[in-house]
Design a binder for this molecule. Structure first.
Ligand SMILES: [Zn+2]
Ligand SMILES: [Zn+2]
Length: 372
C-alpha cells in the first residue's frame, strides 16, 4: 500500500514527508493504522547525529493506532484492536529475557542496528529502494508494519495521544522512578532536566508520595511548569554541577534519596549524583553522546553507600507496564494530558523538532488520523 511518512535521508541530512510503499505484514507481523505519535528526544538524536541510525529511515518510535491487518500466525491482536507500540520487541528466550529483564533483550538490541524488523528486512520502500525502520516501528507515518510483539492491546477508550506517549517517554520516566529504583512515600526527590521524560518521572514521583520534589533545569520556564505538575521547589542551574547540587542539598536538608537525570549531559549526571544523600541513588535516564565520561570521587560512593543506576525503557515490561500506567492515568493519578504542549499534523513534523529544540515545548504529539 501507499503511505506518507517522514524520511530522514541521512544523519544530519534532510527530513521530509514523502510517499512510500509499505509491504503487507508477513508471518507474526501486523499492519497498524497510526493515529498518534509523540516526538521523542531520541528521534532528535538520530537527526542530529548524537546517535547514528541507518538511513534513509522513517523515524518515530512512540505511537498508537488501530490494527488493520494481521499476517499469518498472529495471535496477540486482531483487526480493530487498539494498540500502543513497544519499540523493543523482546525475544523472550535470550539470557536477559530468561532472567526477567526483557528491556535488556540482547537479541532485540542487536537487531535494532539492521534498521529492519525482527528478521532484519524492511517493509518500507521508495521506488524499489529500501527505506529503514527506526526502533522496529517508524511511527511518523500514516501506517506501519511491526512485529506482533510490538503490539500492546489497550482499552479502546484511551486517547491515542496518551497511548502513544506511554509507548516511550512516559514508560521511560515513570519506570525509572517506580521500577529502576522503587521510590517510596517520603523519599526526597530531585529531577535534573524537565523535558517530557523527566516530567513523566516527576509525575510518578508525586504519585508515589515523594516529598520534597525538586525540579532542576537551565530554563526557568521549564521549572515553572514542573512546579504546576507536583514539584515542591525549583532550582535553576547554578553554572556547575557542584553549585547546583549544593543548592539541591540546601533545599532538602542534606540531599535526596532519588535523583533522576533526564538530559544525557555529563554535567547533569554529575549534578544528580552530587545531589544524593547517604544511601541515595542517581538514576541516569538521559542518553549520553557516545564516549561520554563522568568522573565521580570514588570515596563518596563507598563511604556513603550512594548508588548510580542506569535506566533504559523504564526497566519495563510493556505488556504489563503500559497498562499499569494507563490505569493510573484513568484514575487521575498520572495526569498525562498535562505533558502535551503542542498537537500538530504529520506535515508539521519538521516544525515539531524546531519546537523541541527551542526548549519551549513539553511533549509534541502528531495527530496522524487527520493528516493527508
Ligand atoms: Zn523515545
Ligand atoms: Zn531476549
Amino acid at each position: 500500500m501507499r503511505i506518507r511518512g517522514a524520511v530522514l535521508e541521512e544523519t544530519r541530512g534532510t527530513f521530509s514527508v514523502q510517499e512510500l510503499d509499505l509491504a503487507p505484514p508477513g508471518p507474526h507481523e501486523v499492519l497498524v493504522r497510526l493515529h498518534a505519535s509523540g516526538v521523542c528526544h531520541s528521534d532528535l538524536n538520530a537527526i542530529d547525529g548524537t546517535a547514528e541510525t541507518l538511513c534513509p529511515a522513517v523515524l518515530g518510535h512512540e505511537g498508537a493506532g488501530i490494527v488493520e491487518e494481521i499476517g499469518e500466525h498472529v495471535t496477540r491482536v486482531r483487526p480493530g484492536d487498539h494498540v500502543a507500540l513497544n519499540w523493543l520487541p523482546a525475544c523472550g528466550v535470550c539470557a536477559e529475557c530468561a532472567r526477567g529483564f526483557s528491556w535488556l533483550c540482547s537479541t532485540a538490541w542487536e537487531g535494532m542496528s539492521t534498521g529492519g524488523l525482527e528478521d532484519g528486512t524492511t517493509r518500507l520502500s521508495r521506488a524499489g529502494e529500501p527505506i529503514y525502520h527506526y526502533c522496529y516501528v517508524s511511527t511518523f507515518a500514516e501506517a506501519c508494519v511491526v512485529s506482533e510483539r510490538s503490539c500492546v492491546p489497550i482499552p479502546s477508550d484511551v486517547p491515542f495521544e496518551i497511548a502513544a506517549l506511554v509507548g516511550c517517554g512516559v514508560t521511560t520516566g515513570v519506570g525509572a522512578v517506580a521500577r529502576t529504583v522503587e521510590t517510596k512515600p517520603g523519599d526526597r526527590f530531585a529531577l535534573i532536566g524537565c523535558g517530557g521524560v523527566g516530567l513523566s518521572a516527576l509525575l510518578a514521583a508525586a504519585a508515589l508520595g515523594a516529598d520534597p520534589i525538586i525540579a532542576v533545569d537551565v530554563v526557568q520556564e521549564k521549572i515553572d511548569v514542573a512546579l504546576t505538575l507536583g514539584a515542591t521547589d525549583g532550582v535553576l542551574w547554578q553554572g556547575s554541577p557542584e553549585a547546583t547540587a549544593a543548592a539541591v542539598r540546601d533545599v532538602t536538608g542534606g540531599g535526596v534519596d532519588v535523583a533522576v537525570e533526564a538530559t544525557g549531559r555529563p554535567e547533569a549526571m554529575l549534578a544528580a549524583y552530587l545531589s544524593t544523600r547517604k544511601r541515595g541513588a542517581a538514576v541516569l535516564v538521559g542518553i549520553p553522546r557516545e564516549g561520554t565520561v563522568v568522573e565521580i570521587p570514588a570515596g563518596t560512593i563507598q563511604r556513603a553507600e550512594r548508588r548510580v543506576l542506569g535506566s533504559i525503557y523504564g526497566s519495563s515490561v510493556p505488556d504489563r507496564d503500559f497498562l499499569s500506567a494507563l490505569e493510573l492515568y484513568r484514575e487521575g493519578r498520572l495526569p498525562l494530558d498535562l505533558l502535551i504542549s503542542h498537537r500538530l499534523g504529520l506535515d508539521d513534523v519538521v516544525q515539531a523538532f524546531e519546537l523541541m529544540k527551542s526548549g519551549t515545548a513539553l511533549r509534541v504529539v502528531l495527530d496522524l488520523a487527520s493528516s493527508g
